[in-house]
Design a protein around this ligand. Structure first.
Ligand code: TYD
Length: 223
C-alpha cells in the first residue's frame, strides 16, 4: 500500500503523514514514512539547500525533482513495498505539478509527460487549505522564516493546482479546520477503502472513536 500526501506548506500534510505512520506502526506491518525532496540523493539534497538559499532555474529544478523521485522510487519505495511495508510519502508527484507548473492545464500536461516514469500511489490525499491559513501556520511554526517556496504567489498558484487535481486514487481532504479534523477525514477514507481487505482493515482496529486515539495530540508541527 502506497499512500502519498500532498498540499501546500502549512496544510497539515507532515502531521497527517506522521499520525498515519504512528497509527499503523506495530500493527503487524512495517511502515516506511518518507518525504520528497529526499535526503537520499544528491538532487534532493541540492533542492533542500535551494529552498533556503534560492531556487534553481525552472528547468534545472524540474529535472532535479524528477531525478530525486526516480531514485526514491527505485531504491526506496519499491523495495519497501516489496518487503510488505506500507509506504507513506509526505509530498510526491503532485508537488511537482503544483510547484513546477503555473496552471492546472499545464500541470495536467506535465503529469502526462511523467506518468510512465512514476509509481502511481494506491491513494493520494490532497489536503486543500486556504493560503492564509497555511501561511499563518508556517509563520508560527518557523517563526517567520519562510522558505523560498513559501511565497504567497507561489502558494496561491500551487493551491489552485492542488484543488483541481482529480483522478481515481485522489481524495481531497479539507485542511482548513484543525489537525484533528483532517485526521478524522483521512481515517474515514481509509475505512471505506479497506472495507473488503482484512489485512488493511486490521490497521484501523482500535480506532472506534477519534477520542480513543492516543496519538491525536498534535506533537508535530503542521507541515
Ligand atoms: P519540504 O520538504 O516540504 O520543505 P520543508 O522540509 O521545509 O517542509 O519541501 C521543500 C519545498 O519543495 C516545498 O515547499 C515544495 C517544493 N517541492 C517542489 O517544488 N516540487 C516537488 O516536486 C517537491 C517534492 C517539493
Amino acid at each position: 500500500m502506497f499512500i502519498a500526501i500532498d498540499g501546500i506548506d502549512g496544510s497539515g500534510k507532515t502531521t497527517l503523514a506522521r499520525q498515519l505512520a504512528e497509527l499503523f506502526t506495530g500493527k503487524k506491518t512495517e511502515v516506511f514514512l518518507t518525504k520528497e525532496p529526499t535526503d537520499y540523493s544528491k538532487w534532493g539534497q541540492r533542492l533542500r539547500r535551494a529552498s533556503i538559499e534560492g531556487r534553481l532555474p525552472a528547468n534545472v529544478e524540474l529535472e532535479y525533482f524528477r531525478q530525486d523521485r526516480q531514485n526514491h522510487i527505485e531504491h526506496h519505495i519499491k523495495p519497501a513495498l516489496a518487503a510488505g511495508a506500507i509506504v507513506i510519502s509526505d509530498r510526491y508527484v503532485d508537488s511537482t505539478l503544483a510547484f513546477q507548473s503555473n496552471t492546472s492545464d499545464e500541470a495536467e500536461t506535465l503529469y502526462q509527460s511523467m506518468v510512465d516514469e512514476i509509481l502511481i500511489p494506491d491513494l493520494t490525499f490532497i489536503i486543500d487549505c486556504p493560503v492564509d491559513i497555511g501561511l499563518r501556520r508556517i509563520n508560527i511554526r518557523d517563526n517567520g522564516n519562510l522558505s523560498q517556496f513559501e511565497k504567497r504567489e507561489t502558494l496561491e498558484r500551487a493551491e489552485a493546482i492542488y484543488e483541481a487535481r482529480k483522478g481515481e486514487n485522489y481524495v481531497h481532504l479539507d485542511g482548513s479546520k484543525n489537525i484533528e479534523d483532517t485526521f478524522i477525514q483521512a481515517i474515514e477514507t481509509l475505512r471505506h477503502k479497506f472495507d473488503d481487505n482484512p489485512r488493511f482493515r486490521g490497521l484501523l482496529s482500535g480506532v472506534v472513536n477519534i477520542k480513543d486515539m492516543p496519538l491525536i495530540t498534535p506533537r508535530f508541527a503542521a507541515g
